[in-house]
Design a protein around this ligand. Structure first.
Ligand code: NAD
Length: 470
């Protein structure tokens, strides 16, 4: 017998949470206030592209383990555990905007007719779980304190592999100052913690569970995203140095990543990070630090390197094309990363907008993106060849794997120029050059200035450096 679960907000996170919890045996009702999204979900499809999600929604609906509604009262009455998955977009002051969270909290309080565990899955400013409990108490009066418990359960899924990430997470974090709520939340996760996933083939290790305080769980989410974003910015900073000295960043990070203390993931240099989470979460964490009078220099540095990376790509194009006014640029990939159609804070879109602002004509192709309302001057084309036709330069901006199989000679023949700017370091430069292109990557030894010979004195080796690599 599964738990009775309501999921409030059926966007990227909420629809995955609802469909996956139904898949592992719970009785789930997803609440969605947007009528178009609700209609799509009720028809058995996700309102966005996410591998594997349509199947889970269809089967959840068919087996009556999952349903979607806009009736909050009905969802509260038919659940004992409620996951809050509404958006927390960046607010004007840099902190996350919690307007939707407040609205949902008030609605929960007004519809709390029996005991509920309220689980915040949205990424919320630190202290929000505590505030949420106080707000409900304020509405219900002190006697209402026994009718709910609050748990923070940060979500770490990645768009593009969200279903797999949710069903097979690296860890589950549950933060609560209320042992009863903490225990019920762990029960909901039991099938995932024990990896009892229907239809799953092969044995997997149990998933680690971190049970901690409310505030600590909220911080785990921000710290994790900040660390990953910083790791990418670090690789990008080293890539810029590689461009100066003529080293190849892909080999440098390969060499670094082989060190198990460092690890190779999230160490890819390129156009930098984007999407709905990293920028927003870093900004919120910086704002929190500032509230306490602390200046988080590493976090600020990660943001500033990321911003400068987008400008760097445009500057590099200017250097190679000599003028951007009238230049025709083909951008391959618009989504902020492969396997999604999400354009939120997409580096590719930022580069396109900067190029258009400098007078370039931009045509683009993305396997999943069908409209770009925020940058209407981009001409969206149905395939890579048509996007490249007549172009002076190609910018590979999102590393969709299918771009690796594009016929490079045909691409080159359709263009009037010969520049191939691989801003994701996704291609083998030799193959690109064999197709007749000038290849430019990020930090791949293709320095625009000649390599400098730096005179240096032999330094005495520091004993702490251990075994020397020459
Ligand atoms: N997208 C990600 O990859 C990701 C990963 C981890 C955490 N998060 C966090 O999860 C949260 C949700 O992110 P998202 O990307 O799913 O946002 P989203 O905008 O895609 O989804 C939010 C949904 O909530 C709905 N909604 C808003 N108010 C509602 C209400 N009162 N009742 C019912 N539905 C309501 C909206 O219509 C929307 O569909 C954010 O805090 C985000 O930071 C996102």
């Amino acid at each position: 017998m599964g738990e009775r679960v309501a999921v409030i907000g059926s966007g990227y996170v909420g629809s995955v949470v609802a469909a996956c919890l139904a898949h592992v045996g719970h009785d789930v009702v997803g609440v969605e206030s947007n009528p178009e999204k609700l209609a799509t979900l009720r028809s058995g499809a996700a309102p966005f592209h996410e591998p594997g999600l349509d199947n889970l929604i269809t089967s959840g609906l068919a087996h009556r383990k999952l349903r979607f509604t806009d009736d909050f009262c009905d969802a509260m009455d038919s659940s004992d555990v409620v996951f809050v998955c509404v958006g927390t977009p960046p607010g004007p002051d840099g902190d996350a905007d919690t307007t939707a969270i407040r609205g949902v909290t008030v609605a929960i309080a007004q519809n709390l007719r029996h005991y509920h565990v309220i689980i915040t899955k949205s990424t919320v400013p630190i202290g929000t779980g505590f505030w949420l409990g106080s707000l409900i108490e304020d509405i219900l009066g002190p006697a209402g304190r026994d009718r709910f418990g609050v748990v923070s359960n940060p979500e770490f899924l990645r768009e593009g592999s969200a279903v797999q990430d949710f069903l097979h997470p690296d860890r589950v974090v549950l933060g609560s100052d209320d042992p009863k709520a903490q225990e019920i939340a762990a029960t909901v996760y039991r099938p995932i913690l024990e990896q009892r996933i229907p239809g799953d083939i092969g044995k997997r290790d149990v998933v680690p569970l971190l049970q901690t305080k409310l505030t600590t769980a909220e911080m785990v989410k921000y710290a994790s995203n900040a660390f990953l974003a910083t790791k990418i910015s670090f690789a990008n900073e080293i890539a810029r140095l590689c461009d100066f000295v003529g080293a190849d960043i892909t080999e440098v990070t390969a060499g670094m990543g082989l060190d198990t203390r460092i690890g190779g993931r999230f160490l890819d240099a390129g156009l930098g990070w984007g999407g709905s989470c990293f920028g927003k979460d870093l900004s919120a964490l910086i704002t929190t630090a500032n509230e306490y009078g602390y200046r988080p220099r590493i976090l600020e540095g990660a943001v500033s390197v990321n911003e400068s990376q987008r400008k760097y790509v445009v500057d590099q194009l200017l250097g190679h094309l000599k003028t951007l006014r009238g230049a025709k640029v083909c951008i391959l990939g618009l989504a902020f990363k492969p396997h999604t159609d999400d354009l939120r804070d997409s580096p590719a879109l930022d580069v396109a907008a900067r190029l258009i602002g400098k007078g370039a004509f931009v045509a683009a192709y993305d396997p999943m993106v069908t409209a770009v309302p925020d940058v209407p001057d981009i001409r969206l084309m149905p395939d890579a060849i048509r996007a490249a036709t007549g172009a002076d330069a190609i910018v590979l901006a999102t590393d969709w794997p299918q771009f690796l199989t594009v016929r490079l000679t045909e691409l080159r023949r359709s263009m009037r120029g010969d520049l191939f700017f691989d801003s994701r370091n996704n291609f083998d430069p030799i193959l690109v050059e064999q197709a007749g292109f000038r290849y430019v990557g990020i930090g791949r030894g293709g320095a625009t200035t000649p390599p400098r010979v730096i005179a240096h004195r032999e330094q005495p080796r520091n004993a702490d450096q251990g075994v020397g690599v020459r």
